[in-house]
Write a protein that binds this ligand. Structure first.
Ligand code: TMP
Length: 396
């Protein structure tokens, strides 16, 4: 039974940056109530009222996975690892974005699926790319022409698809006998440990635990046989899933992760009710910091126009009163305005200048990369603000 445990209030689509902050454009903005629920049967944590993916994954989709060096390196590393371990002949990626993973493979091996047409366009000349949503119908179409996939890879995508049953059934039909589905998504344990409530936004329909993934895939002809903790996106998990009859044994790594999740009580509703209280505390403490800096007349900006920060700003009601602008390296976010709070977005070259006193780490998951890049800012007394794992000014 689904039980709501967290209410993050009225939220816009985290990816819908506004082209202008005119009254006309703002009046058309779409909002929904972001509530998060725990399913007491499967232990699955999900957005209670998901938005229709057709409104989210359009030809305007802004996110480019290869913008970050951290992600480019991470995808190159896992591509090498999968190639070495499984020697796949056919590799399919669901949600291939701008090609950051597939570009590590010989193009003859690759099938890419990417519903955002602006992104699919970026890879279609070199790689076989289907500009479609992943469905059973698409799976049938693809594998009429191709042998089944030895690896199906999907990073930060399966958690975005409301219909998990159809998704996993279509995957099961597309895998070769000992084919492996490898998925990467933010880890629920990390969210609970870091109080990173901003992992919840419209696109993150699910934040998975190994317990929940195991329960869900069991409902189709699949089983989870391995899991690895990874650093990306502020704490993620990589799951290895195969057909029930495939040759793989359950690994000790998976057993340890399942035990840790049980110890952390990820299978109990009270864990989430407790988390919800901590989220509210985090909000109050973050607002206190912004109010104090405002009183002191400090110049505060935000670093990284992330989807996560959209949840934070809208939940905490932090707008242009507190944040002058947001810097972001993504060209097609620059010149636009953040969803809901309409904070202008500019390039770091323009925005990270000597007048900035404080920068909120909207891209806190890239903290290491950013602190390294912004040594000069820190050296001259600039400071970062974060809300993960608790709201504070980072002293360096
Ligand atoms: P993500 O957390 O959804 O991957 O988004 C990260 C965003 O942060 C993306 O729009 C790029 C931006 N960004 C910067 O502006 N500067 C940086 O140094 C890094 C690492 C990311």
């Amino acid at each position: 039974m689904k039980k709501n445990f967290l209410n993050l209030g009225k939220q816009p689509l985290a990816n819908s940056f506004l082209a202008s902050n005119s009254k006309r454009v703002k009046s058309k903005e779409f909002f929904y109530n972001l509530r998060v629920a725990f399913d007491t049967d499967t232990c699955l944590v999900s957005v209670a009222n998901p938005v229709n993916p057709k409104f989210q994954y359009t030809d305007q989709y802004a996110h480019r996975a290869s913008e970050s060096l951290t992600m480019r390196n991470a995808f190159a590393k896992i591509a090498r690892k999968l190639d070495k371990k499984f020697s796949p002949k056919i590799v399919m990626e669901i949600g291939s974005n701008d090609g950051v993973f597939i570009r590590n493979f010989d193009k003859k091996k690759i099938i890419a699926v990417e519903p955002c047409r602006n992104l699919a366009k970026l890879t279609k000349d070199k790689y076989k790319t289907y500009p479609n949503f992943w469905t059973k119908k698409l799976a049938k179409k693809i594998f009429q022409k191709s042998k089944n996939a030895d690896i199906i890879f999907s990073a930060n995508t399966i958690s975005h698809i409301p219909n998990l049953k159809e998704t996993f059934e279509a995957i099961e039909k597309s895998l070769s006998l000992n084919g492996v589905l490898v998925i990467e998504d933010p880890s629920l344990l990390s969210v609970i440990e870091n109080n990173s409530y901003d992992q919840f936004y419209d696109e993150h329909v699910y934040v998975f635990s190994a317990i929940a993934i195991s329960n869900i895939v069991k409902k189709t002809n699949l089983r989870l046989f391995n899991a690895e903790k990874i650093d990306t996106h502020g704490g993620s998990m990589r799951y290895y899933i195969c057909k029930k009859k495939a040759k793989y044994k359950i690994t000790n790594g998976l057993k340890k992760i399942l035990n840790k999740e049980k110890k952390s009580k990820l299978n109990q509703l009270k864990t989430y009710l407790n988390f919800s209280k901590k989220v509210e505390e985090s909000k109050n403490n973050l607002i206190k910091i912004f109010k104090k800096l405002k009183k002191e007349n400090k110049k505060v900006i935000s670093y990284g126009a992330t989807y996560k920060s959209s949840t934070v700003f809208n939940y905490c009601n932090i707008g242009t009163k507190y944040i002058e602008y947001v810097t972001d390296t993504t060209l097609n976010k620059q010149g636009k305005f953040t969803p809901g709070k309409h904070i202008p977005i500019i390039s770091p070259e323009k925005g990270m200048n000597n007048s900035v006193d404080y920068a909120f780490l909207g891209a806190w998951n890239f903290k290491k990369e950013i602190l390294k890049k912004e040594r000069e800012f820190i050296k001259r007394g600039g400071k970062f603000i974060t809300h993960v794992p608790s709201a504070k000014i980072i002293s360096s």
